[in-house]
Design a binder for this molecule. Structure first.
Ligand code: GRF
Length: 189
């Protein structure tokens, strides 16, 4: 087992509620795999920031309006904190090609659909509009194209007759909380 000083240092990027962040923090406390050292948000009032602070994790907000400038600052911060993996978890900004190239580590993302189907936003309503039988969630590596990098792990979720976007979203989110830590285990092993 790795000693605490050797744990892989992770940064999580969020924009909103941060249930995936919360779940990863709780998982990291029970395991010796990684430590979340930094939480970055593009929104000052992202509720996930509160949970990070409660857990004494450094947080920093970059609005990314001046994208190049802020991305440069983020890269410096990641370097300073010796971050090896970035986990995007409900982060609503697209990182530039330059950022992805310059970051010296792995970047992964969780998306609430069975990629390559339903990239982008409003996945659940599009899935329901198309009368799909299944949806799900995917953890994948991030490349310069939206929701398109190599898939690490997926979980299928059956669509129920009375599903709305909200009920489907909730059921998929539960599975997201299962596969995100598993995906990290895979890439760290
Ligand atoms: C999740 O559904 C994730 O797949 C998507 O954004 C949502 C974030 O939820 N990218 P949370 O902020 O982790 O609760």
């Amino acid at each position: 087992m790795k000693s605490s000083g050797n744990k892989v240092r992770i940064a999580v990027f969020i924009s909103g509620t941060g249930t995936n962040l919360k779940n990863l923090i709780n998982f990291s406390k029970k395991n010796n795999l990684f430590k979340i050292k930094l939480v970055i948000s593009n929104k000052r009032n992202a509720t996930g920031l509160i949970f990070a602070k409660k857990n004494r994790i450094n947080t920093k907000v970059y609005y990314l309006k001046a994208k190049l400038k802020d991305e440069r600052k983020i890269l410096n911060n990641l370097k300073k904190n010796k971050i090896k993996i970035i986990c995007l978890a409900g982060f609503m900004k697209i990182l530039s090609k330059n950022f992805i190239k310059k970051f010296n580590g792995k970047i992964i993302n969780i998306h609430p659909s069975l990629l390559p189907k339903y990239k982008g936003l409003n996945t659940h309503s599009r899935v329901l509009d198309n009368n799909e039988k299944y949806s799900g969630c995917t953890v994948h590596f991030v490349n310069s194209k939206l929701d398109s990098g190599k898939i690490i792990l997926q979980k299928k979720v059956k669509i129920l007759q009375n599903d709305t976007s909200l009920t489907l979203q909730k059921r998929i989110l539960k599975q997201e909380h299962k596969i995100y830590p598993k995906a990290l285990r895979i890439i760290l092993s």
